[in-house]
Design a protein around this ligand. Structure first.
Ligand SMILES: Nc1ncnc2c1ncn2[C@@H]1O[C@H](COP(=O)(O)OP(=O)(O)OC[C@H]2O[C@@H]([n+]3cccc(C(=O)O)c3)[C@H](O)[C@@H]2O)[C@@H](O)[C@H]1O
Ligand SMILES: Nc1ncnc2c1ncn2[C@@H]1O[C@H](COP(=O)(O)OP(=O)(O)OP(=O)(O)O)[C@@H](O)[C@H]1O
Ligand SMILES: NC(=O)CC[C@H](N)C(=O)O
Length: 633
């Protein structure tokens, strides 16, 4: 038996907050050591926060991270445990994202990230240099490069996040060089379905390399990226431990490293692969001897199966896929709002223009979810929520009694003050002013009349925000964003877009789920009426556009799968066999036209929360020219 206790620490960092990030990390690291941890894994870019993007061009920022690493080492000098954490370091003109091994008051080595993600939301190749097989240097007395560390309990290798997403990452090389534990420091943004992918990758890598993988993830949101945290320990392909997501703190698990060694000895395929690899590769991984002992391992207890059987499966109650999907997405979006609100430190209140429709209701519920959790332990949680969250109903002659009732019910149920601010007089005034700007023969269009209402609401919200230090939440969903069904300077306005990456069919799905699980009267009233902008008499979104399931399918096929409109038509006919084929073709054609014509709109939307790979954001997702012709189609 060779027992080690591994701790996974999740920290909610803020980019640039080098001191506070390290302070938070120190608190959890000390507590984990108190619980007997031998090896403590913290996230990628723990010290400077993630993503640092072009901020790393400020050398003072990079230097501050290095100083804070030394402080971390000093403050943990008397713990009997080694820690692994991420930061950016400079080496001449080059910058690297590294995992550092710290133990006994000393930094024993810096291991640079080799796989730099430069796709989707990531741009790491732009600013960072890569580690490479066999790379070795001495950075002011600290080994830097392709290293493994010989500890008193065994050999460990380090790597950084994306390194594990490649079957050809450094893990294989370092395991063949003797590493039994591979610690991956990670900052992995949430997107739908990613949790399952992570588990599969981690189990697979630990099986491929016959090692114990320790994966520690960043938690919290920075800008529009949401990190769901958690972590895993997988031994030789078997998942041993899953840390809870969406919370700061730490969890520990004890592992018998002799099991890793035994399974390697038994696995002839792994051993033969190792021999072949060593023959074919000349680059050598360096061993760094860490001659500071760890403490407390003799007191560790054998990690037997909690249900006391080596043969029977663990009793478990898996959540339904629908519950998992909805709760995960609701949690991610609530953290996105909450961390933006708290970390920017620019706001005292949060406000939603509440129409009695689906989108604004979901945004209000999400802001409420964040606040209700934040004040969970407060003696008067409802009072605290009501002090921060505000809703505004701004009716015109086109607003219905039903939507007003729905808005009032939502505010009442959630304990949110609702202000009713009529914009009808302002509408008349603005309409007259708009008419006054025209030449003889010109007239105000129907669309202008609609847009004036949306713009008056936005203006009122900004005025409120100026006076109440309010975070004005923008409520458009991704489907309407894709086809430009929003008004510039109107409902496109806001400081943070909450559901801009959520398709309308998913908005409806979440509300159906919440109705079922909470029995909310406000949701029931809201869903009773078909989605409508209520900017003119008898408007219905799906009549103006097309049914949302078809719109979302067009979006996924055209913008996601990169199909031409002709291919989209073929795919739609197989997905919706009961619909009229000519009608489907008309919708696909309309979608293609609206999508291309609306790019100019979404490039000017506010910062938004990112929860899926298919998103309409030029910086983080889809980089499309605004000026483009469709001659190629
Ligand atoms: N390629 C281009 N590059 C740069 N700018 C361009 C442009 N094409 C038009 N523009 C500018 O954009 C203006 C048109 O955009 P915009 O003013 O937004 O107005 P527009 O797109 O014409 O109308 C807004 C649409 O959104 C719908 N809407 C609005 C509000 C709420 C909801 C709801 O669902 O609740 C729906 C409304 O029913 C209407 O169909 C043009 O007047 C022009 O100034
Ligand atoms: N009467 C209103 N009072 C306050 N805000 C409004 C009003 N009408 C529209 N808005 C704002 O404009 C946004 C855009 O309207 P939109 O119709 O797209 O969304 P919704 O009404 O929330 O949902 P749905 O489209 O499902 O009806 C709303 O989410 C809301 O923030
Ligand atoms: N920070 C990273 O390297 C993250 C990349 C990785 N593909 C992930 O999403 O988890």
């Amino acid at each position: 038996m060779r027992l080690v206790r591994i701790a996974i620490v999740n920290v909610n960092t803020t980019v640039g907050a080098v001191k506070s990030n390290v302070d938070r990390a120190l608190e959890f690291t000390h507590s984990a050591a108190d619980e007997g941890a031998t090896l403590i894994a913290l996230p990628e870019q723990l010290i400077g926060g993630y993503m640092q993007e072009d901020l790393v061009q400020w050398r003072a920022f990079v230097d501050a991270q290095r100083r804070e690493l030394d402080r971390f080492a000093y403050e943990t000098r008397s713990l009997g445990a080694a820690s692994v954490l991420g930061l950016t370091v400079a080496r001449g003109s080059h910058l690297y994202s590294v995992a550092a091994l710290v133990h006994g008051g000393k930094v024993h080595g810096l291991v640079p990230k080799e796989k730099l993600p430069t796709y989707g939301v990531f741009y790491e190749n732009r600013t960072l240099a890569r580690g490479a097989p066999g790379l070795y240097d001495d950075l002011n007395g600290v080994p830097f490069g392709d290293l493994v560390f010989d500890m008193d309990f065994g050999t460990i290798g380090l790597e950084v996040c994306e390194d594990i997403w490649s079957p050809d990452g450094p893990m294989r090389r370092r395991c063949y060089a003797g590493a039994e534990i591979m610690v991956n420091v990670s900052a992995s943004p949430f997107r739908l379905g990613v949790e399952g992918t992570r588990r599969e990758i981690i189990s697979t890598r630990s099986s491929d390399n016959q090692c114990t993988v320790v994966y520690a993830a960043l938690v919290g949101a920075n800008d529009g990226l949401i990190y769901d945290g958690g972590g895993y320990v997988a031994q030789n392909g078997r998942m041993l431990h899953t840390a809870p997501r969406y919370r700061e703190g730490f969890t520990c698990v004890t592992v018998d490293l002799n099991r890793t060694r035994r399974l390697r000895a038994e696995n002839t395929t792994w051993r033969m692969d190792q021999e072949t690899f060593e023959e074919a590769n000349t680059a050598r991984v360096r061993h760094v001897k860490v001659d500071v002992p760890t403490r407390g391992r003799e007191a560790l207890r054998y990690p037997g199966p909690p249900h006391k059987s080596f043969f029977l499966p663990e009793p478990s109650e898996p959540r339904a896929a629908r519950t998992d999907f909805c709760e995960d997405l609701l949690d991610a979006l609530a953290i996105g709002i909450g961390d933006y609100f708290q970390k920017t430190r620019a706001f005292k209140t949060i406000g939603v223009a509440l129409s009695g429709g689906r989108d604004s209701l979901l945004c209000l519920i999400l802001a409420h979810r964040y606040l209700a959790r934040r004040f969970r332990d407060d003696p008067q949680p409802e009072k605290r929520v009501g002090e921060i969250l505000r809703a505004f109903f701004m009716p015109t002659r086109y607003s219905s009694a039903e939507t007003r009732a729905a808005a009032e019910a939502a505010a009442k149920e959630l304990g949110v003050p609702l202000v009713i601010s009529n914009i009808d007089d302002a509408f008349d005034h603005e309409l007259a002013a708009a008419k006054g700007m025209l030449q003889p023969g010109e007239s105000v269009t129907q669309l202008t009349k609609q847009n004036i209402q949306a713009r008056l609401r936005a203006e009122r919200m900004w005025s409120w925000s100026n006076s109440a230090a309010g975070l004005f939440l923008q409520t458009s969903n991704m489907s309407e964003k894709a086809v430009g069904y929003t008004t510039i300077g109107g409902d496109m306005e806001g400081a943070l877009s909450v559901i801009a990456n959520v398709p309308k069919t998913v908005v409806n799905y979440l509300l159906d789920y919440l109705l079922e699980t909470t029995g909310s009267e406000a949701i029931r009233l809201t869903l009773k009426k078909p989605a409508s902008a209520e900017l003119a008499d008898d408007m219905e979104d799906e009549r103006d556009l097309m049914p949302f399931p078809v719109l979302d399918a067009c979006f996924a096929l055209y913008a996601g799968e990169k199909m031409s409109v002709a291919e989209v038509v073929i795919a739609l006919r197989s997905i919706f066999p009961d619909d009229n084929p000519t009608q489907l073709e008309a919708w696909a054609t309309k979608f293609g036209r609206l999508f291309t014509q609306s790019i100019y709109k979404w490039v000017q939307t506010p910062l938004s929360l990112h929860v899926g790979n298919l998103d309409l954001e030029r910086e983080r997702a889809l980089q499309l020219p605004v000026v483009q012709s469709t001659e190629w189609t």
